[in-house]
Ligand binder design. Structure first.
Ligand code: FAD
Length: 533
């Protein structure tokens, strides 16, 4: 039996009142809040309801080997950075709870067994958690709920990760949207102040006898991961998220003009915090919405990005087959991607940032060294992999998934399917980013390239985007020996573009007028009128 759904998760605790329950002030004696992608103790739906429903509220986080082991095994220890960030967020949550005399119980084990054991040993009669929308998480939550209900523990789940979930924003015919702009318009029409109101949390100190203090936080080494670097690329926890948000709000009004330039501090850098819920989506959407109503174009554009996030989560919820590796548009699974030794070498070069296209390489080095990549560059590198190297987008998706600290299945899959044209509201197959044009346009002085490719730093702005086209004198003056200090380009873009158009012929019949492919495209790469532009 699934968890009981609160009819809504508005601020009234009675929304979660179990059916047939009399109305004592606290219908449950001991409740447990299971933290997952919501590692904060402010504006938190499950915690809000648990405090209203239970005499005593305990809190738990479970480091689940089902999730950790694949990351620990990932090649070149790629998953370690993300787990270090997660570990830091869990520690920060524990510290935040301690301020009000509460502690986080931290478990290391499979969620079903860990939670069942806690329910029995601590005498828990109700479990509260916020919903997750990834198919594997849904399956896990159903297993947990079934097991706990068998132990007479009532389970409640809440909407918290999004403003609107699965079935809340639909077409006039009651169908899910597959195009972003009408979805966004319907999303905005549906929005009311209650959707953005914080789910208040007023913590009560846990009685001293509660066994939570006995819980110990496993070290990263005990979890099978490297120790966190002394200066992590991104500080974990809610306080760090708040600092990033404060910094971003001062530049929000210019977001629409700054966000596309990777060398400029344009976007919010909040993605990993949104991923782990150290900041509430309601807080962010409320800030953006308020400033948008006051006339801020930057805020309007940023709110659109937050809606893209929900759009892709909605797509995943309605089309879980994309999580099984299928293209959103099935005809795109007929494409024959490059295979064999040359393709393997090309993939390895793309991963390592050795394609010979400086913007692509600098972007991959940003990902490999920091666990983050700027949105513009995610589009450029993804397009380069599928449409210049002819390599299956799923390989790039997996590479990003292992390395991004902010990895979110729905956004990553949506972004890759957008770039490869196989997704809903994706860019048409015949629109192919020119990596040099993207570079001159979005990193005109090569500042970003110079940051990650210091060997090219002395090249003039004019030549840094395509070093192979620079004169021998310019290269010599800049101290660049092509083939030694920096690779020759792996492919010729014009030829690769032609091959891609041929490769995509199998989908042409269903995906657009063939003559469009012949029209020269000035590829600004608008992501359906929004960020991926
Ligand atoms: C190939 C590809 C893969 C991607 N993989 C991920 C991923 O794994 N995780 C992830 O969070 N985003 C992903 N994105 C979307 C986007 O690139 C990042 O959200 C953004 O770069 C994060 O930086 P930020 O927080 O500074 O963004 P901001 O510009 O400040 O945007 C604010 C928030 O809006 C959301 N957002 C912005 N753009 C998008 C988008 N196109 N799709 C969905 N949500 C969006 C994110 O939650 C982001 O944090 C991907 C995009 C592409 C093209």
């Amino acid at each position: 039996m699934p968890a009981r759904r609160a009819p809504d998760d508005s601020r009234t605790a009675s929304a979660a009142q179990p059916a047939g329950c009399s109305q004592p002030s606290h219908p449950f004696r001991r409740g447990l809040v299971w933290f997952r992608r919501d590692l904060r103790c402010v504006d938190h739906a499950a915690l809000h309801h648990a405090l209203a429903q239970c005499e005593t509220v305990l809190c738990v986080f479970v480091f689940d080997p089902d999730l950790l082991e694949p990351l620990a095994r990932a090649p070149d220890r790629a998953g370690h950075r993300r787990v270090a960030f997660l570990h830091g967020c869990v520690a920060a949550l524990d510290a935040a709870l301690a301020v009000s005399g509460n502690r986080l119980i931290v478990q290391h084990g499979r969620a079903v067994e860990s939670l069942a054991s806690l329910v029995e040993t601590l005498g828990i009669d109700a479990l509260f958690y916020n919903r997750d929308y990834e198919p594997a998480a849904i399956a896990r939550d159903e297993a947990v709920t079934a097991r706990l209900q068998a132990l007479s523990c009532v389970c409640f789940d809440f909407k918290d990760q999004v403003i609107f979930e699965r079935g809340e924003v639909l077409t006039a015919q009651g169908q899910p949207f597959s195009v972003f702009t009408p979805y966004k318009n319907a999303w905005l029409r549906r929005l009311t102040p209650a959707d953005l109101a914080p789910r208040d949390v007023v913590l009560r100190a846990a009685p001293a006898a509660e066994p939570t203090a006995a819980a110990t936080m496993p070290t990263l080494a005990q979890l099978g991961f490297d120790a966190a670097p002394e200066t992590p690329p991104l500080a974990p926890g809610s306080a760090a998220a708040e600092a990033l948000l404060d910094d971003f709000l001062a530049r929000l009004d210019d977001y629409h003009v700054r966000r596309d330039f990777p060398a400029v501090r344009g976007p919010s850098y909040l993605s990993a915090h949104l991923r782990f819920g150290t900041v509430s989506i309601r807080t962010l959407a409320a800030c953006a919405h308020q400033r948008m109503l006051a006339g801020s174009r930057g805020a309007e554009t940023w709110l659109s990005e937050l809606i893209w996030r929900e759009f892709y989560m909605m797509i995943l919820a309605h089309h879980p087959r994309v999580a099984a590796g299928e293209s959103f548009k099935p005809e795109y699974d007929r494409i024959r991607w490059a295979e064999g030794t040359a393709a393997e070498e090309a993939f390895a070069a793309w991963c390592a940032g050795r394609t010979g296209y400086p913007l692509v390489d600098a972007a991959m080095l940003q990902l490999n060294t920091t666990g983050y990549m700027h949105n513009r560059l995610r589009m450029v590198t993804a397009s380069f992999l599928c449409k210049d190297l002819g390599i299956d987008w799923r390989r790039g998706e997996a590479y990003f998934a292992a390395r991004l600290t902010d990895h979110d299945f729905a956004a990553n899959n949506g972004g890759w399917q957008w770039a490869s044209s196989s997704g809903c509201d994706a860019q048409p197959y015949f629109r192919i980013f020119n990596p040099v044009t993207q570079s001159t346009r979005f990193d005109p002085q090569g500042k970003f390239i110079r940051r990650y490719l210091p060997q090219l730093a002395k090249l003039p702005d004019r030549d840094i985007h395509a070093p192979w086209a620079a004169s021998a004198t310019v290269l010599a003056e800049a101290g660049v020996k092509l083939g030694k200090d920096y690779p020759y380009p792996l492919v010729d873009h014009a030829e690769a573009r032609q091959q891609t158009l041929e490769r995509y012929q199998v989908v042409k019949a269903t995906s657009g007028p063939p003559q469009e492919a012949k029209r020269p495209v000035r590829n600004s790469g608008k992501h359906a009128g929004s960020s991926q532009g």
